[in-house]
Ligand binder design. Structure first.
Ligand code: ADP
Ligand code: ZN
Ligand code: ZN
Length: 748
């Protein structure tokens, strides 16, 4: 049955988006009115004729009927760019659960007046050899920012100012001062534009391998034949995936199409961006979180006006309103930052597929450790899979040692460094080579394990570890099971049954104690409060100002540290003990990617994996860099447990000021779902888990309860979500709120 009422917004800008107006859909227009369509409506007290956009449909009138006006006409000129964005917002709202307003705010840039931004380029004025000399001089005088610019310009004749500012941390005043000294000149866009694609010519092209050529040809030819698909490039870092993206985008531009390239913010490095600038010159724009709302809005405007062909950025770059989108690239598609943490909790990979379908564009996913989702779909033929097995050049895969920490304890070693790791660090210090030590920060969740035998305290009903609570209990966050925290290991009786807490600071201290002469840099949430500090630490390490880098999130694509020949993963299984069905996948990814940081240059690398569970399949396969072996075991587990991607899972999070009320609401909602599932056949296969307290049961005095619904069919879960949404709307919840999360990345 067609909807009776439509919500219309008159002007698409954020201020007004907050105020939709409900109109009656007249009989003769029924079916022609849907989200994204432009309509003409009588507006205001004078009933002026206005154009607006339909953003939502309803069967229920929000106001008395005599107060509602009727839509006058539908604009039949097709869907505009804004209309397309509204359609995406509507899809987000339906698919992931949120208000339409929240969905629109996700998709539409904030409209803001801004003086036109100038795109500037920086060109060198003296020959590279002289620049190098000047750079050395600056370095000696500790003018490091100037030195960075001069080194960069010695390599590249022309560079965009935004790249120097964003990625080399150079202020405009530094550039101006260098200009005064006669080393470079700064020019604005109009000049930047004319010598067509200036940077383009200076690029030394690699000769593509047959594998690369073949992939590009197939993808582009599918596209030309009107049959665009979704493709997964599975290849280790350095196997040439970026060259493939560049090749595809190049052909898209020749066809007059545009490209969106998603790269996690942490991997948007100078080197990676430079490759795009060199290939596509001023037709590229980079989005990142340091841009102001006004700058983002300006970027969107440029995209819509056809002034740029390629946008590179994190998740939100997906909503760039290109008029003729040809391809969306999602690099490092397994990264959890592709999932939005606020409503609508959309996943960029799935949303990219949807947006591409609306534009008849193709989607290219790339990863060294594909998400289970992507590989599963590739295996089922939904995505086309390309395996890029070898690395370019001579760099070889590193030697890997897996160290059993239980044995270390038996041998009396209480240090956070195993004897092997200690020995290898010492060796690197002597050889003046560098070491990266990786600690998985996410493992703080309070799991309890036995240091003597490795036994982890687990729930008897679920395959998850129990969390230690301050009240002396161990609790399962999936089913609510709890038991008293014991002092001795139930397996071997040892008294080393301990919660795990080891931070990067402790590691740093231990390093100073055991290797007093080593120069250590630490990178974690504390030392990287600002974007600059993050870049600073990395460039200091790249400049070999330290021997050892300790950190939590250093698995950085694009940063090549050729002098790093040792990577230590201090507690590889920390992430295994999260009460989370993705724990194995996350561990495999972390260990594989961390190991991949060793030996990227000429020198061979070594990797030490320290773990209490050396026999765990995610560690065993990661040590061998064996993705497929890992996948087969992991998918068997997911299949057996009906976890995504084998089935779909909806998490419903209830936040509440009053703990009992939250719990009660959770029970009423699950009862409603149970009742529905009992009577309708398609729903019968749904599986309900909970309600239970969330693993963080209270944040800011708000209590959190959670339950999960699993089903093979995503649309069934969408229907259940819709049902719950209207159920909550009818109850007019006051001190409670409900959030939905489909196929959650983290369980609650
Ligand atoms: P990935 O994106 O998989 O990490 P890249 O495309 O960045 O891989 O390639 C890694 C390195 O190998 C880059 O320096 C790139 O220029 C080089 N490279 C890629 N393909 C080729 C090729 N066909 N011939 C020579 N060098 C190549
Ligand atoms: Zn034990
Ligand atoms: Zn349980």
């Amino acid at each position: 049955m067609a909807a009776k009422y439509a919500d219309v917004i008159i002007d698409i800008s954020h201020e007004k988006v907050d105020r939709p107006f409900q109109y009656i859909i007249p009989q003769e227009l029924s079916g022609a009115v849907y989200p994204g369509v432009r309509v003409r409506v009588p507006f205001g007290s004078g009933n002026r004729d206005k154009t607006g956009y339909v953003i939502d449909l309803s069967d229920v009138a929000e106001y008395p009927l005599d107060k509602l006006k009727t839509i006058a006409a539908v604009d039949d000129k097709g869907i505009t760019a804004e209309g397309g964005q509204i359609q995406i917002a509507y899809w987000l709202k339906r698919q992931y659960g949120s208000t339409m307003i929240a969905a629109l705010k996700t998709v539409l840039p904030v409209k803001q007046k801004l003086k036109q931004l100038e795109k500037k380029k920086v060109t060198r004025c003296i020959p590279p050899e002289e620049l190098l000399q000047a750079a050395h001089l600056c370095k000696e005088k500790h003018q490091t920012a100037k030195a960075r610019v001069l080194y960069a310009l010695a390599e590249e004749e022309v560079l965009p100012q935004e790249l120097l500012r964003q990625k080399l941390n150079v202020s405009p005043s530094t550039l101006q001062s260098l200009e005064k000294q006669g080393y470079l000149k700064i020019e604005t866009e109009s000049l930047y534009r004319n010598p067509v694609k200036h940077m383009d010519g200076s690029e030394k092209r690699v000769v593509l391998s047959d594998v690369q050529k073949n992939i590009i040809e197939e993808i582009v030819s599918d596209y030309r034949l009107g049959n665009p698909g979704t493709y997964l490039l599975h290849g280790v870092t350095g196997s040439g995936k970026t060259e493939v993206y560049l090749g595809i985008i190049e052909q898209m531009i020749v066809m007059g199409k545009q490209a969106i390239v998603l790269i996690p913010e942490i991997a948007l490095t100078y080197q990676t961006l430079l490759r795009f600038y060199k290939r596509f010159g001023d037709r590229v724009s980079v989005m990142n979180s340091t841009l102001s709302q006004g700058e983002k809005y300006d970027q969107m405007r440029r995209a819509k006006a056809g002034e740029i062909d390629v946008i590179i950025g994190p998740r939100s770059a997906l909503f760039t309103p290109f008029p003729k989108l040809g391809v969306i690239v999602v690099d490092e598609e397994h990264e959890s930052s592709y999932k939005s943490e606020s409503m609508p909790k959309y996943h960029a990979r799935e949303t990219a597929v949807q947006i591409a379908a609306m534009h008849k564009a193709c989607v290219v996913l790339g990863s060294a450790t594909p998400s289970l989702e992507a590989y599963y779909r590739a295996r089922r033929g939904e995505y086309k899979l390309y395996e890029m097995t070898s690395r370019h050049g001579s760099s070889m895969l590193p030697d890997v040692y897996t160290i059993d920490l239980r044995e270390e304890l038996k041998k009396g070693n209480r240090s956070v460094f195993s004897r092997k790791l200690h020995e290898l660090i010492e060796q690197r210090l002597k050889r003046r080579e560098q070491t990266i030590l990786f600690l998985n920060r996410r493992g703080y969740a309070g799991f309890v394990s036995c240091r003597a035998c490795g036994h982890v305290m687990k729930c008897p009903h679920c395959d998850v570890s129990l969390s230690e609570h301050n009240n002396g209990m161990l609790i399962c966050h999936y089913c609510g099971y709890e038991e008293v925290r014991r002092q001795n290991c139930p397996e071997c009786g040892s008294k080393y049954l301990l919660g795990f807490k080891a931070g990067t600071e402790q590691i740093e201290e231990a390093l100073h104690k055991e290797f007093p002469l080593a120069r250590v840099l630490r990178m974690d949430a504390d030392t990287t409060r600002t974007k600059e500090s993050y870049e600073k630490i990395l460039s200091a390490f790249a400049d070999e100002k330290a021997d050892i880098l300790v950190g939590t999130q250093m698995i950085v694509k694009g940063h090549d540290f050729p002098n790093v020949t040792l990577v230590g993963i201090l507690a590889a299984d920390l992430s295994l003990n999260q009460n989370d069905y993705r724990a194995g996948e996350r561990t495999f990814q972390l260990v594989t990617q961390a190991a991949g940081r060793a030996g990227r240059g000429e020198k061979p690398g070594e990797v030490v994996i320290q773990t209490y569970q050396p026999e765990h399949y995610s560690i065993v396969h990661a040590a061998k860099q064996d993705y497929r072996g890992f996948y087969e075991e992991e998918i068997t587990y997911r299949d057996f447990m009906r976890y995504p991607p084998a089935a779909h899972m909806l998490a419903v999070l209830i936040t509440s000021k009053d703990c009992e009320a939250g719990e009660a609401l959770g029970r009423i909602m699950t009862d409603t779902v149970s009742a529905l599932c009992a009577c309708e056949e398609v729903y019968q296969k749904a599986q309900l888990i909970g309600p239970a307290e969330a693993s963080i049961s209270r944040i800011n005095d708000i209590y959190r309860h959670v339950f999960y619904v699993k089903h093979e069919d995503y649309q069934v879960l969408v229907e259940i979500k819709d049902m719950l949404e209207s159920f909550c709307k009818d109850r007019e919840l006051r001190n409670q709120a409900v959030q939905y999360d489909f196929d959650p990345i983290n369980t609650y």
